[in-house]
Design a protein around this ligand. Structure first.
Ligand code: NAD
Ligand code: LMR
Ligand code: MG
Length: 586
């Protein structure tokens, strides 16, 4: 097939931010509608955003299942992007579980059935050699992309191109939490085959019906892709997400591109952020902690490596810090004499003090180690059963229990189980949300150690500092900044993480920490930011954040001029109004 045939574009480019004048027109007064030639195309009422938001919430309430709510919100984002983000930012606690974990998990499993419109880009293995040209089909200037090969979607396994829900969901959070403009985000899914046989055989599946390509083939493909992305958008920040084996690409690209892997690094940072507060609340000094990790994959090892860094900052040697971890994977305790070949990333934490005993039972290992900390990153829902939780409560005044597997069905225990089996004494954070719980006289609120506390700030910090790479210090700074972001009330209530409703404020603090670390490491190109003090830097960050409340609900640059010069009461700036592809707003 010739190059032209490969790249032939049958219709208009995919539009992540498809908007129609009709949706925006709802709040335009009649004179503007007449000017735009849209008069008569929408109902006569001129509606404020608030009225439109009320209707959206009612519509949402009418949808009986989470997946139908997810579909409605997808439709809203595609047809009225500012209204969607206004709704999301005003209802972040309630809506995040619908656009992200846990609902996004179900959406990815069923993506081939529920798909109605493209959002983001797909690049296939058969496109290699042409990746740079294909990127030209994307109509917007991109500042950040989230890319996945779909090979490990949450704890749900290999979902191939169905994994697109994850980049779309994470980038929506980049916009809602850190104010990265929606049109500057690119959800990207790599169609590199899938080992999910049922999907390959499903007539509705939309990716290549071949097994996953080899690691070597993937490496070559990613080499081409990284070069193509940075050639097209030289300051782009690239977030890798939900790869089955994320370590090779992280090692290969982290010093040469502005990239990070959220499952390894973002997870590590967010857990350390809450962990710092849990250690304080536990009353046990850092040097006396011992941690069992159920699950020794990318997330588990990513978390432990960053806790090692924290322990070192608390005065331990690296060797002392490393020895505080006992990992369990599907073959039992990770030891150097287990008899199987350990994956490279596990070797650092392999135990050699097990006296030849290969613990298969978590309970027995708990008796042996007497841990203060139990982390779950195993994808095994319910693995922290009653016996295990009660044993942790017997060993500790304030056991630290973090069941982090996603979505909720894979969580190693629920908040309720953890509270009831530890007499309400546990210090708890999960990956997916759980409701608050009345226990005795108290209302207990679970921590949600979700990456959304850090990745938006890591991304925005890298964008604003124009970082040439995302250093480990920048990642660690996001954790430390997060741990300082709780207000007095949250600290008094014993929370490990700040209220998610304050996420935009938290993201400013995280972004500032990330920018400062970039400056200290000398990887920042935006050197003018170095002279700003913290207050000035915060003001700069806030000013650069997209705020859907400030967006004009009109279409087209000419109309913007009319409105700013006219007397119709529209006096805001014209932030973000340009004539995009096909006259689309944004
Ligand atoms: N902050 C968060 O909420 C967050 C962030 C990242 C990942 N996660 C979740 O963590 C989980 C793991 O992610 P990952 O990237 O490490 O996946 P992974 O596939 O790399 O690792 C899973 C690990 O669990 C182990 N495991 C499987 N079955 C087991 C069993 N029966 N007993 C003990 N161990 C077992 C595997 O051997 C492997 O070491 C996923 O559910 C993911 O959604 C949560
Ligand atoms: O963002 C999260 O917290 C989810 C995480 O990336 C995951 O893979 O489970
Ligand atoms: Mg992930």
């Amino acid at each position: 097939m010739s190059q032209n045939q490969t790249l032939a574009r049958p219709g208009p480019p995919p539009r992540q931010l498809s908007t129609t004048s009709g949706d925006y027109d709802s709040s335009n007064p009649p004179d503007v509608r007449k000017y735009l030639g849209t008069y008569g195309l929408t109902p006569p009422a001129v509606e404020s955003f608030d009225v439109q938001a009320q209707r959206c919430l009612r519509l949402l309430a009418m949808k009986p299942t989470p997946i139908e709510k997810f579909q409605y919100l997808t439709h809203l984002r595609a047809t009225n992007v500012h209204l969607f983000y206004r709704l999301l930012s005003e209802n972040i606690k309630e809506l995040t579980p619908l656009i992200y974990t846990p609902t996004v998990g179900e959406a990815c499993v069923r993506w081939h059935e529920i798909f109605t419109q493209p959002e983001g880009m797909y690049l296939s293995y058969t496109d290699r050699g042409h990746l740079r040209q294909i990127l030209d089909n994307w109509p917007y200037k991109v500042e950040i992309t989230v890319l996945t090969d779909g090979s490990r979607i949450l704890g749900l396994g290999d979902l191939g191109v169905n994994g697109m829900g994850i980049p779309v969901g994470k980038l929506a959070l980049y916009t809602a939490c850190a104010g990265i403009r929606p049109e500057a985000t690119l959800p990207l899914t790599l169609d590199l085959g899938t080992n999910n046989k049922a999907l390959r055989e499903d007539p509705l599946y939309m990716g290549a019906r071949v097994p996953k390509i080899s690691a070597e083939e993937e490496k070559e493909f990613l080499d081409e892709l990284m070069a193509a992305l940075t050639d097209k958008w030289p300051s782009i920040v690239i977030q890798f997400e939900d790869f089955k084996n994320p370590f090779p690409s992280l090692e290969r690209y982290q010093n040469t591109y502005a990239m990070f892997n959220d499952d390894v690094q973002g997870t590590g940072a967010v857990i350390v952020g809450g962990f710092i507060n849990a250690v304080k609340a536990s009353g046990v000094p850092a040097k006396d902690h011992r941690a069992i990790f159920l699950g020794a994959g990318s997330a588990g090892v990513g978390v432990a490596k960053q806790i090692v860094e924290f322990f070192i900052k608390e005065g331990l040697t690296e060797e002392e810090a490393r020895r505080k971890f006992w990992f369990v994977d599907s073959n039992g305790l990770v030891t150097s004499d287990r008899g199987d070949k350990l994956a490279d990333h596990k070797v650092y934490f392999a135990r050699n003090d097990n006296n030849g005993r290969q613990y298969q039972s978590l309970l027995r290992l708990i008796d042996f180690v007497r841990p203060t900390i139990l982390m779950g990153l195993s994808t095994i829902g319910g693995a922290f059963n009653t016996d295990i939780l009660q044993r942790m409560a017997k060993l500790n005044d304030r056991p630290i229990i973090f069941p982090l597997s996603n979505p909720s069905s894979k969580s190693e225990c629920t908040f309720e189980e953890a509270v009831h089996n530890t007499d309400g004494r546990c210090l708890f954070a999960s990956g997916s949300p759980f409701p608050s719980l009345e226990y005795g006289e108290k209302l207990l609120t679970p921590g949600q150690g979700n990456n959304m506390y850090v990745f938006p700030g890591i991304g925005l910090g890298a964008i604003l500092s124009e970082a040439v790479s995302v250093t480990q210090d920048m990642i660690y700074a996001s954790a430390e900044s997060l741990s300082t972001s709780l207000n007095k009330q949250e600290v008094a209530d014993g929370w490990l993480y700040p209220d998610i409703r304050r996420i935009r404020e938290v993201s400013v603090i995280v972004t500032r920490g990330v920018i400062r670390a970039a400056q200290q490491n000398g990887v920042d190109r935006a050197v003018k930011l170095r002279s700003l003090n913290d207050e000035q830097l915060d003001a700069y960050i806030k000013e650069r954040m997209y705020d859907p409340h400030q967006e004009r609900d009109i279409v087209g640059g000419e109309a913007a001029q009319l409105l700013t010069s006219g007397t119709n009461g529209y006096t805001n700036g014209v932030n973000g109004i340009t004539n995009g592809v096909s006259g689309a707003h944004l």
